[in-house]
Ligand binder design. Structure first.
Ligand code: SF4
Ligand code: SF4
Length: 308
């Protein structure tokens, strides 16, 4: 049986498509965007994290680890260190902690279980014009699981949105497209070399997949994270705008999302470097300027997000 691995199920979401939705965040992503605010979604495996604000130094985790006390986990005056190369992700430390300071991120589902969970909020989807959004990470990396889940969602007459970075082979999209009502598609940087420098992957496949989804006449919402020094060059915003205007006729809406540093503590919990440590939030005026560049060419543009 195909199973899926999620890192969050966000109920009552109003940011990930029309109406009230449940967003299913699936683990694993091919890109490594410096600004990613869901780093717990990057690895296709489960992750162990330690929450410093919850820890009461009970040390139950150290005693519970089957690999040996002070071997993988060490509680030092500077915090918990985790030898991730040796950790088997068994979760015994997390189970033993009375303060839930250690946590395994990643829950495995089969299709029936997940759809039963999603249907608990059906009344909210129906009364608001909402539904389910599959996001990540990159949900298309678990396309076999989606092929098991999506027909069940469709049988239950749920509206389905797919939130994708666009960087997987078209064959995977072709398998799920019939079940998708709305394609939510990230466009970050048009220039392929710059896209590769910022995310690890060029933009050619992404742009091609965007064209193909539009060609399949799927309604689309485009999302562009506006990030200092990476995506906020007016020339880049204008190039995305022209691409939307000229090549994506099914786009209903284009969201410019102001850079947020809310993901920063998650990087520390995962022992991952956060390269935007000192980047300030935008001012309202800066976001309005970016929006003006966009909306002059593609009037479907709007912006949102916290500003300073
Ligand atoms: S997940 Fe298991 S192996 Fe890893 S630190 Fe916790 S108890 Fe030890
Ligand atoms: S594509 Fe999305 S999930 Fe993947 S690294 Fe970039 S921001 Fe994070």
């Amino acid at each position: 049986m195909t199973t899926g691995l999620t890192f969050n199920l966000q109920q009552f979401s109003t940011e990930d498509g029309p109406g009230i939705r449940t967003t299913v965040f699936l683990k694993g992503c091919l890109l490594r965007c410096a600004w990613c605010h869901n780093p717990e979604g990057l690895s296709p495996q489960r992750d162990l994290v330690w929450h410093d604000t919850r820890c009461i130094a009970a040390r139950a985790c150290l005693r519970a680890c089957p690999v040996g006390q002070d071997s993988i986990l060490s509680l030092t005056p500077r915090g918990m260190t985790i030898d991730r190369a040796c950790c088997t992700l068994c979760g015994k430390c997390a189970d033993a902690c009375p303060a839930a300071a250690l946590e395994i991120i990643g829950k495995e589902w089969n299709a029936e279980e997940l759809v039963a969970e999603l249907l608990k909020d059906r009344v909210f989807y129906e009364t608001s014009g909402g539904g389910i959004t599959f996001s990540g990470g990159e949900p298309m990396l678990q396309s076999d699981f989606l092929c098991a889940v999506l027909p069940r969602c469709k049988d239950a007459r749920l509206h389905i949105a797919l939130d994708t970075c666009g960087a997987v082979a078209w064959e995977r999209y072709a398998r799920v497209l019939d079940w998708i009502d709305l394609g939510m598609f990230d466009l970050k940087i048009m220039d392929s070399a710059q896209h590769k420098r910022a995310t690890g992957i060029g933009s050619d496949l992404i742009l091609d997949n965007a064209r193909r989804i539009a060609h399949a006449r799927k309604p689309m919402w485009i999302r562009t994270p506006v990030v200092p020094g990476y995506t906020d060059d007016p020339a880049n915003i204008a190039a995305i705008a022209r691409f939307i205007r000229d090549e994506l006729p099914t786009v209903e809406r284009w969201d410019l999302l102001a850079y947020t540093n809310l993901g920063k503590p998650k990087y520390h919990r995962l022992d991952l470097p956060y390269t935007l440590e000192n980047a300030p939030l935008y001012t309202r005026g800066e976001m309005e300027n970016a929006w003006r560049v966009a909306a002059e060419i593609a009037p479907v543009a709007r912006w949102s997000g916290a500003t300073r």
